[in-house]
Write a protein that binds this ligand. Structure first.
Ligand code: ADP
Ligand code: MG
Length: 238
């Protein structure tokens, strides 16, 4: 569970070839970071994997099965949005439980899953609060909690920390890395932040104008960048 393969995946918006053609293999349990400048197609690629956009060409295989035509809910993946995607009028408990309620799960099982997720994310004491009564980091953990309860075969993160302040970002980076070690579930993480990519990834995918410039471990990219783009991008953290 948790492997994702892209075969000649492309995406065109009108006249714009945003993703010309991408081949990529994500292994079960890997922490893969898509990194690249704003507008290079990171979010589009993640949305194609999630099924929130249809591919223009190519194939997406998840856990060995062709998922290209599958609806997002049938792909077994969970997308983690930025914390502001929480429902402000709902308690933390109900925010986390929401996808399970939508799926029609019975109450006792929902309670058990929410309790487990809250323990993993250190939210046990905050379950009856509203999002506005939480810190930015706690809110982000609630957004992750909403993904965890669905026990996805992979988590997809799109710049989840970009609206947190610098100190909190460092904290949340560590927390997400720890979560990955604990759950051992595949994570695909999009960021334009080189430091995030270098510190969190098992494997970095450097994107430029919808093309993969290089795939490798942080050390490989640092020691042997394939070209000036990769060297400049990895070598110059903001
Ligand atoms: P990133 O996440 O790396 O900043 P995006 O994937 O959001 O980049 O966007 C890549 C390119 O695709 C951009 O030029 C953007 O304007 C374009 N794009 C993204 N979504 C759409 C859309 N729904 N319709 C038209 N163009 C889009
Ligand atoms: Mg984006």
């Amino acid at each position: 569970m948790g492997s994702i393969t892209l075969q000649s995946v492309s995406k065109v918006f009108g006249e714009a070839k945003v993703i010309p053609s991408i081949d990529l293999e994500i292994k079960d349990g890997e922490f893969v970071v898509f990194v690249g400048p704003s507008g290079c197609g990171k979010s589009t690629l993640l949305r194609l994997i999630a099924g929130l956009e249809d591919v223009s060409g190519g194939k997406i295989v998840i856990d060995g099965k062709d998922a290209t035509e599958k609806a997002p809910s049938e792909r077994g993946l969970a997308m983690v949005f930025q914390s502001y995607a929480l429902y402000p009028h709902m308690s933390v408990r109900n925010n986390i439980a929401f996808p399970l309620k939508m799926a029609g799960m019975d109450k006792a099982e929902i309670d058990r899953k929410v309790t487990d997720a809250a323990r993993v994310l250190n939210l046990t004491d905050y379950l009856e609060r509203r999002p506005r009564q939480l810190s930015g980091g706690q809110r982000q953990r609630v957004a992750i909690g909403r993904a965890i309860v669905r026990q996805p075969s992979a988590f997809l993160f799109d710049e989840p920390l970009s609206n947190l302040d610098a100190a909190l970002r460092v904290n949340m980076r560590l927390e997400i890395s720890e979560l990955h070690q604990q759950l051992k579930t595949t994570m695909v993480y999009v960021t334009h932040d080189q430091v995030e990519a270098m510190t969190m990834a098992d494997k970095i995918v450097v994107l430029n104008r919808g093309n993969i410039e290089q795939v490798g471990s942080p050390l490989e990219l640092y020691k042997s960048p394939r070209n000036l783009f990769v060297a400049g991008f990895i070598g110059s953290p903001k």
